[in-house]
Design a protein around this ligand. Structure first.
Ligand code: GDP
Length: 295
């Protein structure tokens, strides 16, 4: 499970402060040195670590903390609050004010985009939405089939036009189809590539222009650590994404991506995926995740 090692280390380190009736500047310094190492080992972005530690230190050395009756507890609370803030504090919701709401799914090949598309449809269906999935990955015939199989498992319709049509045209027709058939959410599955490339970005830009999505969600594999952060930055520069879905948190990802993406790109993580099964998608709550890390 993600954050296992980081959680253990942070709990060890700041646990030492817990019972202390008096905390010195040196105690805080020492603890922060260990926190810094633990975060770097978890593959958190270097700049993010630096500013995190600085903030925690500044707040911890404030007189109200040091002179309180439970300074150790206060420092732990500050670490918790700053971890939560790092990830964005509150859960970010999807905006459903437009009908149909168009959600554009993007990401590199293998990140979990098609699986996440079906998972999201399932989640929205449970909220009484009527999602339509649109199959715009025309480069791999297997991709359309995969989407159809997953969609049938969650009992959601798919709009597909094979592999010979232009994905921009398919996306546009998909939205029209949704309007004609009373689907209030359209989730567009797009093609992935092995790496960020211009042709891919241009195609997704075209789909974006044709469908005016409310949400552009980037699906990222948490196992790829700081690479995921770089991919997020590239997609955000090209497309102004509105959110990230971080997948494979059930694996042994160290957590660097989850803790760095928001600070580095200013894009919120909106959902997390914790398994291959179609019910393994959750709204991301930074505050709850921070609590989970610190035990
Ligand atoms: P795409 O190429 O981005 O569309 O990726 P797929 O949806 O085909 O997923 C690639 C692989 O990752 C598949 O084997 C999925 O079952 C798997 N996968 C997707 N999400 C998760 C997740 O949250 N956890 C785990 N363990 N595997 C996942």
């Amino acid at each position: 499970m993600i954050f296992e090692s980081l959680g253990d280390k942070l709990q060890d380190t700041i646990g030492k402060l817990r019972g202390k009736g008096k905390v010195t500047e040196q105690d805080v310094d020492e603890a922060m040195r260990e926190v810094k190492l633990a975060l770097l080992e978890a593959d958190v972005n270097f700049k993010v670590v630096k500013s995190f530690v600085k903030k925690v230190k500044e707040r911890s050395l404030g007189s109200d903390v040091m002179e309180s009756l439970t300074p150790g507890q206060q420092v732990i609370k500050i670490v918790m609050e700053e971890l939560s803030a790092l990830m964005g504090d509150n859960a970010e919701k999807i905006d459903f004010s437009k009908n149909p709401t168009v959600i554009l799914m993007t990401g590199l090949q293998g990140a979990g985009k098609t699986t996440t598309t079906a998972k999201l449809a399932r989640l929205l269906k449970k909220q009484n939405k009527r999602p339509l999935l649109v199959a715009c990955d025309v480069y791999r015939p297997a991709a359309i089939k995969q989407l159809e199989v997953l969609a049938s498992q969650v009992q959601v319709p798919v709009f597909a036009q094979g592999t010979d049509e232009d994905p921009v045209a398919i996306a546009r027709r998909g939205v029209e189809h949704a309007k004609a058939n009373g689907n209030d959410v359209v989730i567009i599955d797009t093609a992935g590539r092995l790496h960020v490339d211009e042709a891919l970005m241009d195609e997704i830009k075209g789909i974006k222009e044709a469908t005016a999505p409310t949400e552009i969600l980037l699906v990222l594999d948490a196992m790829t650590g700081q690479d995921a952060v770089k991919v997020a930055q590239a997609f955000n520069d090209a497309l102004s994404i509105t959110g990230v879905v971080l997948t494979k948190l059930d694996g042994d990802a160290r957590g660097g991506a989850a803790l760095s993406i928001r600070s580095v790109t200013d894009v919120p993580i909106k959902f997390i995926a914790l398994g291959e099964k179609l019910d393994a998608l959750e709204v991301f709550h930074p505050d709850r995740m921070a609590k989970r890390i610190l035990g």
